[in-house]
Design a protein around this ligand. Sequence first.
Ligand SMILES: *Cc1c(COP(=O)(O)O)cnc(C)c1O
Length: 381
Amino acid sequence: MKNAQDFSAQTLLVTGARPRPVTNAPLNEPVVFSSTFVGTGSDSGEERTYGRYANPSWDGFEDLLGQLEKATNPAILFSSGMAAVAALTALVPFGGTVVVPRHAYQGSLVLFRQQEEAGAIKLKSVDITDTQSTIAALDGADLVLLESPTNPMLEIADLAALLRAAREAGIISVVDNTFNTPLNLRPLELGADVVVHSVTKYLAGHSDVILGAVLTSNDELYAKIRNHRALHGAIAGPMESFLALRGMRTLALRLRAAEANALQLAQFLSQHERIGEVRYPGLPSHPQHELATELLGGYGAILTATINPRPGQSLVAAAGEFIAALQLFTPATSLGGVESLIERRRRHQGEPESVPENLVRISVGIENGAELVADVTAALE
Ligand SMILES: *Cc1c(COP(=O)(O)O)cnc(C)c1O
């Protein structure tokens, strides 16, 4: 018999995290709604005590994501991706220095900026495409958070080089792997200490649940983050955990279908006269296309495009008009669901000014690709 870890991710997603097959027993792990667990009466031999410390409904998802990310520990599930990011603060000493990409996920940026204003940390923001200056910024830092691709500029970092430098400098390295999923990138294998996920996005995949996760093979960091979860209390609900595991079963099919659509759409948009710049790591025109090809198992399904204004039209209006004319792309934030979503990023306060006013980010879904292209064609006319 093969060990679970010898199977491909595609198989593991389907076969992993199931109860042992026993006649008449359920195929799926039942959802456990309980705030507390019956003890032994003595103080020994209890695996679970209170539901803020453990819930069997977390276990399947945590085990499976741990296997997919090739971590030696299970994932640590949180009530949201931001709760997972916020738990990283448990790894930074008071007054310590955190390095973040200038185009990091907006929530992470705002959180770290507010902590800096409160005097809890010092913050350094870097252009992660500039490997040398990012490595220079690691000097004296305590933790570096990396994203590749970044959001929404889809910049690709030389992660192997940056993670090696962080390791040599003794700095805790974290990769937010939300855009890639473990199917396209396994940062722990490249030397990252910690991986964070917004499970909300591709892993759960249906825009019906908010969850996050942290992974690490370092036992000391694992204990600190679990302790943070138990005492800050940002735990996952049993129903959400069930939905995330159910959604993740189809991750391999969903991601590859969305990527095929994204490439088709990116190629189409990059030829269109109403479009300025199209960014998609899978296009040869992407500034780090070769690095993306080397680094990633797939290019993902997020792309951005700038909409050229018609004569006399503002940049904001050009993007707005395009979005309003679409039928199959719903205007909404978030990404990684089965449905296509679009938004003008600068509508968010705090989005850096380096993001153009007429830039739209598209999370490409798994609808029929030709119909998506036809919808965009009609909207641009
Ligand atoms: C959405 C997102 C987050 C935050 O996750 P939530 O589940 O919304 O709290 C963090 N990082 C990235 C890259 C994201 O896209």
